[in-house]
Design a protein around this ligand. Structure first.
Ligand code: URA
Ligand code: CA
Length: 440
């Protein structure tokens, strides 16, 4: 077999065999196939797409590119969570401690920023000293002792995804259904949890821009997960405007801390509760949604959810003082106010544009080896549906540079105003399960 022929075959729109897909995944993981051929192949896949069967072959090949974690020594049903990627999406930092405090063992493998979206691992590195790259043994030990660990793709789990993820990030080949499904499900399957809750984002800040594509992606992943023996469900949630009020690594950590204290923005809180509720149900710790919610509200109120977050940071070597003193988190040098040009209401905040603005500030990567700036980001003083007066501050840009006129005007252009009162958009559209969709 030759990789050239496989690239050509896909470029021409043909269906690949299991063997051809495995040949690519193994060759690229082992470094035999170079980045330039893998890039060309990703672009061919992007344009020609894969069918469901090819997607399953790709997922399995990626799972088999490395080890599969055995979590059976950890007591209880392990439930994992993953988002398809959004802007300002801080849910993992809220949900993981929240459900761990409620009794669900969380062994979570997370990623770094991808395209215009942020990544949990980058955010966690806002705690000085935090180690995301830990061994399997340490990962399991932490889940056993404190019910929680969040690691980057530890050791040799789905190494094919680790390489492809970084490559896709910088070659404009992220937003393809099969590539996203295989990327997420290979990680989740290799990570060894018993059940999986997916948060499939939809809207202009998501990789899937419309509901139909998002449901397709959700169904594909739910089918792959259940087909391989893991109970998998997907929540479909809105990503037209950024989630919460912050976009940017350390700023999102501060927002997660506030949310765990019960003082977070309404949308981030609601989505976190919805995901956590489903995790408790899949963990079989509760009878239904009402009981789950009561339990979750209790661990926020009594402080144990926040304490769980602190335990996670300490266990992985981070400076946890920042949890009680958020001013110890990385801070940008300058804060620049963005003011409303008119009276009225916020009609739209284009999440993709806000994400790209954050990227321009330095919050994300434009090359595989770029270093990101944890300090910078955007605070949204106003969100969709809120009233504004002319001259009122609508956003604050946290920057380490002063001459950022192009960034300021780009952020300004992400806001759309209207004179008419409008309501905040729907946050959760529905839940996809193996037997159908429950619309919300
Ligand atoms: N999250 C992932 O882990 N992979 C993708 O491809 C997109 C979002
Ligand atoms: Ca946020």
């Amino acid at each position: 077999m030759r990789i050239y022929d496989i690239i050509l075959k896909k470029r021409e729109g043909n269906i690949l065999t299991k063997e051809e897909i495995e040949y690519f995944v193994e060759g690229y993981t082992q470094g035999i196939i170079p980045d330039y051929q893998a890039s060309a192949f990703m672009m061919a896949l992007y344009f020609q797409k894969m069918n469901r069967e090819e997607t399953v072959f790709l997922t399995k090949a990626m799972v088999n590119s490395g080890d599969i974690l055995d979590l059976s020594s950890i007591k209880g049903r392990k439930v994992d969570k993953h988002s398809t990627g959004g802007v300002g999406d801080t849910t993992t930092l809220v949900v993981a401690p929240l459900v761990a405090a409620a009794g669900v063992p969380v062994a979570k493998m997370s990623g770094r920023g991808l395209g215009h979206t942020g990544g949990t691992i980058d955010k966690l590195e806002s705690f000085r000293g935090f180690r995301a790259e830990i061994s399997k043994e340490e990962f399991i030990r932490n889940v056993k002792t404190s019910k929680i660990s969040i690691a980057s793709q530890t050791g040799n789990l789905a190494p094919a995804d680790k390489k492809l993820y970084a490559l896709r990030d910088v070659t404009a080949t992220v937003d393809n259904l099969s590539l996203i499904a295989a990327s997420i499900m290979s990680k989740k399957l290799a990570a060894g949890a018993d059940a999986i809750v997916l948060d499939v984002k939809t809207g202009r800040g998501a990789f899937m821009k419309n509901i139909k594509d998002s449901i397709d992606l959700a169904r594909t992943m739910v089918e792959i997960g259940n087909g391989l023996g893991k109970e998998t469900i997907a929540i479909i949630s809105n990503m037209d405007q950024p989630l919460g009020r912050t976009v940017g690594n350390a700023m999102e950590v501060a927002e997660a801390i506030n949310t765990l204290k019960g003082n977070g923005p309404a949308d981030l809180f609601e989505l976190s509760m919805a995901i956590a509720t489903q995790m408790l149900i899949l963990a079989k710790l509760v009878e239904g949604e009402r009981e789950a919610r009561e339990k979750l509200e209790r661990v926020i109120k009594d402080g144990s959810a926040l304490e769980k977050f602190r335990e996670l940071i300490i266990a992985q070597g981070g400076d946890a003082r920042a949890i009680k003193q958020p001013e110890l988190l990385p801070q940008a040098k300058y804060i620049i106010d963005l003011k409303s040009p008119q009276d009225g209401f916020i009609k739209e905040i284009k999440a993709d544009e806000v994400g790209l603005t954050a990227l321009m500030l330095g919050a994300g990567r434009d090359r595989k080896d770029s270093k990101i700036d944890l300090e910078v980001g955007i605070y949204l003083c106003k969100k969709v549906g809120e009233e504004v007066k002319k001259g009122e501050v609508i956003a604050k840009i946290h920057s380490n540079n002063k001459g950022i006129e192009n960034i300021i005007s780009r952020l300004m252009n992400s806001f759309v105003f209207t004179n008419d009162k409008i309501y905040p958009p729907k946050l959760i559209y529905g839940i996809v399960r193996k037997d159908g969709i429950e619309y919300k």
